[in-house]
Design a protein. Structure first.
Length: 114
């Protein structure tokens, strides 16, 4: 069986889109909880949770409420938002600093220069 999405729900909480999706991932039923972050390098943050049955996962997603979306957003903001923003800063900047540019005037030469 291939990975697939069976059911989705979408909410907007305080201007942030929160999604829930039920489906099959790696041949197991899951519910995927998602947050649209609005960040350049990490536009979507998601967490997967395995479910016992696909029917149970679909039922959960079809009956999820805005209160649950609010709780998930609060959980993301408390536990994952700072880390997500740090990852975004690293991957969104133009130069990471691991390889010095050709115009390097520092103590150590640029890669390929003598």
């Amino acid at each position: 069986m291939q990975d697939s999405i069976q059911s989705t729900s979408r909410f907007e909480v305080d201007g942030v889109v929160v999604t829930f999706a039920a489906g099959i991932k790696r041949q197991k039923p899951v519910v995927v909880f998602g947050i649209y972050t609005g960040l350049k390098a990490v536009p979507v943050f998601s967490l997967d949770k395995e479910w016992q049955t696909i029917e149970g996962a679909i039922h959960y997603v079809q009956h999820v409420s805005v209160v649950t979306a609010e709780k998930f957003l609060a959980h993301y903001q408390e536990h994952y938002q700072a880390m997500t923003e740090q990852v975004n800063r690293v991957f969104a900047r133009e130069h990471t600093g691991f390889i010095a540019p050709d115009t390097n005037k520092g103590r150590f030469p640029s890669r390929g220069c003598k």
